[in-house]
Design a protein around this ligand. Structure first.
Ligand SMILES: CC(C)(COP(=O)(O)OP(=O)(O)OC[C@H]1O[C@@H](n2cnc3c(N)ncnc32)[C@H](O)[C@@H]1OP(=O)(O)O)[C@@H](O)C(=O)NCCC(=O)NCCS
Length: 333
């Protein structure tokens, strides 16, 4: 039971909410169709589409890096929000494919945007990275520390897949997406909740076989596909349900489910478990493949720019990645 002055204080000093003010993306120009994959891989468009739903992926040009993708997406998001780069307080970049081991991609984005007043750092939670960065941004805004935060998911997985390994290289693509969040103390819009989870017992199921502290190479993606598939369905369904329960919402009250885009069969299984109609599930894995931390903002942008996602709706984001890391977020738009 709260003391009356506590209730009064809460009413007169509402916690800021993180409101989505704008979004943007960048996809490299080059598109690699399944049919154009090297014959030596001994794969086929039919096999890939049947098992994953993927038709094509974008591949970064030699002149592009994760930071250049991120800067382009960030510029588009700021323009969409109508907010100047000089107003940004914090830049968070979710990525597992930084240009260099250090400095962070976020530092390069800050320089690219000339947003020198902003603090900047990377968040590393692989395919769950965007949800992790969003949760971090939400906490900074709720605490009152920052007002305007740029959250970016950017990846160049084409640089770390083993192009001789058909069981992994066909699954990934490059791209970047960004959200601009801003603190508001009035109105009903904003992030309703976020939940993050980790189970470090399964790091050997999805990893790179190199890294700064374990060799002089970054390594290539290695994966136990079947195990990752099983965990992805279980973890994402549970995280999404937890988000609904905590927000006191039913699945019927959600307008769009925007899951991490790794495999259409994973997405369909999660949708079925949540009992959400397929028409309310955003799927872009067919055209982007798995862009890891960039997949959710890319999917959001595709549905929003097609006029499907609109103001006043509620969206449920959910993702799972290596680590295993996973998480969810509910946003009132
Ligand atoms: C990778 C994945 C599509 C493989 O599908 P699967 O049904 O589990 O297939 P399997 O791994 O059992 O392989 C079946 C066969 O297909 C072959 N195969 C694998 N990749 C292939 C490809 N691109 N083209 C043709 N054949 C392929 C395998 O070599 C295997 O052949 P074999 O039976 O002769 O050994 C699936 O496991 C998956 O999507 N897992 C989740 C991956 C993911 O989303 N990772 C990122 C999470 S963030």
């Amino acid at each position: 039971m709260k003391h009356p002055w506590q209730r009064w204080y809460k009413m007169t000093h509402p916690l800021p909410t993180a409101v989505l003010k704008g979004y943007g993306v960048y996809l490299p120009q080059k598109i690699l169709l399944n049919a154009d994959l090297p014959p030596a891989l001994e794969t086929s468009d039919e096999w890939i589409q049947q098992r994953t739903g993927i038709r094509q992926r974008h591949i970064a040009a030699d002149s592009e890096t994760t930071s250049t993708l991120a800067i382009n997406a960030a510029r588009n998001a700021l323009e969409n929000a109508g907010i100047a780069a000089t107003s940004v307080d914090l830049i968070l970049v979710a990525t597992s494919t930084p240009d260099n081991t250090f400095p962070s991609v976020a530092s390069k984005v800050q320089h690219g945007l000339q947003a020198y007043q902003a603090a900047a750092f990377d968040v590393q939670a692989v395919c769950a990275g965007f949800v992790y960065a969003l949760a971090t941004a939400n906490s900074f805004i709720r605490s009152g520390q920052y007002k305007t935060i740029l959250v970016i998911g950017a990846e160049t997985f084409s640089r770390i897949v083993d192009w001789q390994d058909r069981s992994t290289c066909v699954l990934f693509g490059d791209g970047a997406g960004a959200f601009v969040l801003q603190a508001e103390t009035t109105g009903r819009k904003g992030i309703i909740n976020t939940h993050l989870y980790t189970n470090g017992a399964h790091t050997e199921m999805l990893y790179t076989d190199g890294g700064a502290s374990s060799g002089d190479l970054v390594g290539k993606v290695r994966m136990n596909g079947k195990e990752v598939f099983k965990h992805a369905v279980e973890y994402m369904s549970a995280a999404a349900q937890h988000a609904l329960d905590e927000a006191n919402l039913t699945i019927e009250e959600i307008d769009w489910l925007i899951p991490h885009q790794a495999n259409s069969r994973i997405i369909e299984s999660v949708g079925k478990r949540l009992k959400i109609p397929a028409e309310k599930v955003v799927i872009t894995v067919d055209s982007h493949a798995n862009t890891s931390a960039a997949s959710i903002p890319l999917a959001f942008h595709a549905a929003a720019s097609a006029g499907k996602i609109t103001a006043g709706q509620k969206v449920l984001l959910v993702a799972m990645g290596a680590g295993f890391t996973w998480g969810s977020a509910v946003i009132q738009l």
